[in-house]
Design a protein around this ligand. Structure first.
Ligand SMILES: C[S@@+](CC[C@H](N)C(=O)[O-])C[C@H]1O[C@@H](n2cnc3c(N)ncnc32)[C@H](O)[C@@H]1O
Length: 397
């Protein structure tokens, strides 16, 4: 079995590396990765760039690769620049797409593969068996657990060469109805990335059934950036009183639709998106404390990176991107105009202690590029889940 990730008609014909037919691809798959290939198909000849092609050895590995396609692989690896003998932390192992790419480029690197999801952790344990012992070190926990987990591995401050974040939810989490993230597939309203690991952690059902209207409205507005947050919160509370507990994803999606005219609207690619998408995002962020986690994760990354070490972050919505930008560009988010930290302190009329000013104006990162990178149109078409991805990278000073 061969799994492929490719972009059709993406290569200039002048740099075509070889011509193969789809039928004989299984024999050549290892050699076409990263190349422009002229494919013979029933439509004639077409140019295809193979970003990713690999033989699969077991059904489970097949599934995990199909279930999550890594986002902006080439661009993120260009920023991360993994090299042999480096210590690299993949903060969001997921199905391991980025970890594999790191080890493809730097086969003698060591990767600490963190994820809070027990399923992802078990995939990391499986993948570790395919490499030299100790080359992939699976770590089960959240970004905020990193200091403890790394010190258990004997890793000290300023020792790590590169850190990668690919935040948000994996397709494995989204596509399994029993995890409760999905709008389209009915399941229990759960949304905990940690699964049942922490028995005390509230689920999305706990949130919608326990909080009052004002609290719900605030969560939906803040974390979903949803204009109709008040109406949605009202619809949820009304439904609770009339019909009892909300326990299923489909049930919640239907309740949210009552606050809108119709259940779908168009997204950036003019595809239909469900009107409850932002509400689901808000609940997910709240349940998993995602924004605080990202903030803590970036602090932890800086602590472990050596000077000159690289940190690369892929984010999927503006709230996450704003946090990454604030860290990498030293922007004070409380300020009205998002000015740089030093400008903020220069302009303020308040008197600050020298210590305060030194702490805030200390430059911690140099951005690798001033401009944010986004996926190509072809990438978004091939894998619509990456369409809102933003990629930033910075070097620790
Ligand atoms: C988009 S997926 C990563 C996919 C991965 N890069 C790949 O190529 O397969 C995000 C992963 O990050 C994990 N994650 C999200 N927030 C986390 C946190 N605070 N701590 C640890 N893992 C987290 C999720 O459980 C999920 O598996």
């Amino acid at each position: 079995m061969v799994l492929l990730r490719f972009v059709r008609n993406a290569g200039a014909l002048g740099i075509v590396n070889r011509v193969v037919s789809w039928q004989c691809l299984s024999r050549t798959a290892e050699n076409v990765c990263g190349k422009v290939v002229l494919m013979k198909s029933n439509k004639g000849l077409e140019a295809v760039t193979f970003l990713w092609a690999r033989h699969c050895t077991s059904r489970r590995k097949e599934e995990e690769r199909v279930l999550h396609l890594p986002a902006m692989v080439e661009e993120s690896m260009d920023m991360l620049r993994p090299q042999d003998h480096q210590m690299i932390v993949d903060m969001t192992f997921g199905a391991g797409g980025h970890t594999r790419e790191i080890l493809l480029r730097a086969p003698k690197a060591t990767v600490f593969a963190l994820d809070r999801d027990p399923l992802a952790h078990s995939l990391a344990q499986d993948l570790a068996k395919e490499y030299e012992p100790g080359q992939i070190i699976p770590l089960l926990g959240k970004f905020s657990d990193l200091p403890t987990l790394m010190s258990e591995q004997g890793v000290l401050k300023n020792e790590v060469d590169a850190v990668l974040f690919d935040v948000g939810v994996s397709s494995m989490q989204f596509d399994r109805p029993e995890r409760g993230f999905s709008l389209s597939k009915d399941g229990p309203l759960d949304m905990r990335m940690d699964g049942n690991r922490n028995t005390g952690q509230p689920t999305a059902a706990d949130v919608v059934n326990v909080l009052d209207e004002q609290e719900l409205s605030l969560i939906i507005k803040k974390y979903g950036e949803e204009r109709l947050a008040r109406h949605i919160a009202h619809a949820i509370v009304e439904s609770r009183y009339t019909f009892g507990k909300i326990t299923r994803t489909k049930q919640l999606a239907d309740i949210v639709s009552t606050a809108f005219q119709g259940s779908h609207k168009r997204d950036k690619l003019m595809r239909h998106s469900h009107v409850a998408t932002k509400t689901f995002q808000a609940l997910r962020i709240f349940v998993n404390d995602e924004l605080n986690e990202l903030n803590n994760g970036l602090e932890a990354a800086r602590y472990f990176l050596k000077a000159g070490g690289r940190c690369v972050a892929l984010t999927f919505h503006s709230l996450e991107d704003r946090i990454v930008k604030r860290h990498f560009h030293g922007i004070v988010m409380e300020s009205k105009f998002n000015m740089g930290a030093s400008a903020h302190y220069r302009n303020s009329l308040r008197v600050h202690s020298l210590q305060d000013v030194m702490t805030v104006t200390e430059k911690k990162w140099t951005p690798i590029s001033r401009k944010v990178a986004i996926p190509s149109y072809a990438d978004s078409l091939e894998n619509p889940r990456v369409r809102s991805t933003k990629l930033r990278g910075a070097i620790k000073l």
